[in-house]
Design a protein around this ligand. Sequence first.
Ligand SMILES: NC(=O)c1ccc[n+]([C@@H]2O[C@H](COP(=O)([O-])OP(=O)(O)OC[C@H]3O[C@@H](n4cnc5c(N)ncnc54)[C@H](OP(=O)(O)O)[C@@H]3O)[C@@H](O)[C@H]2O)c1
Length: 344
Amino acid sequence: MTSTTQLINRQFRLKSRPSGRVTKDNFDFVEQNIPELEKDQILVRTIYLSLDPTNRIWMSDMEQYLPPVQLGEVMRGLGIGKVVRSKNSKFKEGAYVSGVLGWQEYVVSDGRGAWPLTVLPKLPGLSLEIMAGAAGMTGLTAFFGFFEIGKPKEGETMVVSAAAGAVGSIVGQLGKISGMRVVGIAGGEEKCAWLKNELKFDAAIDYKNPDWKKHLEEATPDGVDINFENVGGEIMEAVYKRMNLHSRFVLCGLISGYNDTDDKKSRLSIAPALMKRIKIEGFIITDYVQRFQEAATKLVMWMAAGKIKHKETIIDGLENAPESLNLLFDGGNTGKLLIKVSEP
Ligand SMILES: NC(=O)c1ccc[n+]([C@@H]2O[C@H](COP(=O)([O-])OP(=O)(O)OC[C@H]3O[C@@H](n4cnc5c(N)ncnc54)[C@H](OP(=O)(O)O)[C@@H]3O)[C@@H](O)[C@H]2O)c1
């Protein structure tokens, strides 16, 4: 077996904070030798890197829920990898793990600390792509935001923005499982057709159509009981206007503003929240880490029963990570966006 020191790691280190869109120039793409493993350490080869809107937040020095990635550091990123060497009995060689692997081909870890690695179960039908998305961080975000903050009731109406994306597509299907009227907002006719025909949303609004606000009104004749907010800006304002008495506003993300240098796109008048007793609550998925197992099990069961469908947009090659992140801001992905770094 080759010694780890004969393997070369390639990694993206943050060189400068992006202003607006991310470019390759914001990073140094460096090669490094891998050190000899110490006791309790493992070597993980990255298979899938998850590209997430939060990567863009971590690159900035805006106020955020984690320390920003520092200049010179390996770019932080979630992923799924395979244990290729192990000096730790908890992680067997050949096991698949998920966690913060970083934008790199290999990571040396003891599996503990602020970002513990989780060994993934080997179950028939449970692919690595599902574990990186629909039953992974984005599926869990949909689950906890929808059930814990949305507090769904049968017969109510939910609107979800970025509805054809990783989180939004699962949220909408959880709404259908819960007996809600589900209205998705997405960019383009093709995505809207997928939401209606495949995922069985009751309506899908193409916000690129100039009449989208009228279409939103028509699709929500009884107002909105849950707004699952992924986008912010003009879309958020239009949905907010239609929210009902005692409705819930699940503040999951504000992607339309992440490339901005100011917060101009995200303004809401707070008065309607008082008059209509709207509950607005932000959350970060790590708040629910103790309950991931329980939620992932339910998501997988619904997938096996055909009640939750999932899609992935997969880009080959770690070297494409920086520019591929922009697909999230251009709507170039349907479902979960992944970078395939190496073969399983
Ligand atoms: N709170 C948490 O813990 C947590 C965890 C994960 C994700 N999130 C948030 O959830 C949201 C969705 O994340 P995701 O990973 O599932 O990404 P995603 O929805 O798979 O991808 C982002 C999508 O957002 C849409 N979009 C981008 N810019 C837009 C704009 N200016 N106006 C309207 N739509 C726009 C695009 O779809 P279109 O083609 O439809 O424009 C794009 O495909 C993000 O806001 C993210 O920050 C929060």
